[in-house]
Design a protein around this ligand. Sequence first.
Ligand code: LLP
Length: 396
Amino acid sequence: SLSPAARTPSVARIPAAALHDAAGRFGTPLYVYNAAELDAAVARVQAAFGDARVYYAMKANPNLSVLRRLFAAGVGFECVSPGEIARAEHVGAAGDALLVNGPAKSDAEYAAGGRLGATFIVDRAGEAPLLPPGSRVLVRVNPALAVSTHDHLATGAANSKFGVTPEQVPPLLDALRAAGHTPLGLHVHIGSAIRDAHDFTAAFGRLAELRPHTGPLAVLDAGGGWGLDADLPGIAREAWAAAHAFGAQLWVEPGRYLVARAGTLLTRVVGTKRTGRDFCLVDAGMTELMRPMLYGAVHPVTAVGKAAVDEAAGEVGLWDLAGPACESGDVLARDVPLPAPQRGDLLAIGEAGAYGAAMSSSYLTRSRPAEALWDGSDWTLIRRRETPQDVWAMEL
Ligand code: LLP
């Protein structure tokens, strides 16, 4: 019943036959990305935010091929580690195209960012003497808001480690100027996968309230955090309103929004068992996709090229998709409607382009998965599968 003529899984927007082809050529588990979806996401952001400068938060998916494609579309990068700065440099980004951020930057990050002419996002007063001389900086403001997302993903709450309080902003701007740096403006990022648009309205409003205490500023960086169904034009309107209050240019830092929908994790059914639950065991798990275990994230699952056939035959049951790891938390999805799963069936786990491959691990000496890019007619392998030897290569 795995007919290539069956319907294309909407999670992938890649023809089922092409997904089978990729799984056959590169093996599973496999991350696949649709280039057209990447381009479409960039276009949606650019259309909604107009002249805003877009910095991709590369933590979401740092694959060099993804970075090159986004850079070619005019997108800069937000980097939060020496390795991310090195990736940006490797694809040719520097100066205006680079933001260096982080709550606990190392000497290596100050040095590399300085050498490349990056703008730094200052997270605490103590950074003033650590920055390279004459740095361009933004000050990260923590608006102290309860944010509608998983606790681990909220960064603008009063108890979060990020940024400075609104009251601390004016003296910090003065201290940065006195130290010879150039404060371009303010930065706010209240969290990730935010469900309620009012959170953004509240955060940008807190920033705008600072205007009488800061005077005009050149830049307002509204961060990222947009859920996949976010009303981008609405968020853009609020962000621009806050920017205009300062006479500022708007910058944004989306991660998930740019890459999540383009990515799919392909995994094969290993077998099934009916015990306390009905389990469909697959060859991917928490080591390939950590988000369900870590944040209770829900990803759509489709049987590639099979659903349409067997739904009609009334053979669809509800299955818990479980991986190969020896941990009970290694469940990728619960109550997934699947048509009579058979060993070897190919499943597509959608919306996995952000924080999927990026957070995969070699725990259990599992080989991190390969990644392939679909250009509409063919596949390019953009990361080969790790081997066990790769995993232990650094051990002496
Ligand atoms: N800017 C800053 C300062 C950030 O810390 C982040 C993400 C972003 C931008 C991009 O946020 P996005 O648009 O992707 O929501 N591992 C988690 C997500 C952690 C996000 C960390 N910061 C997950 O799998 O959902």
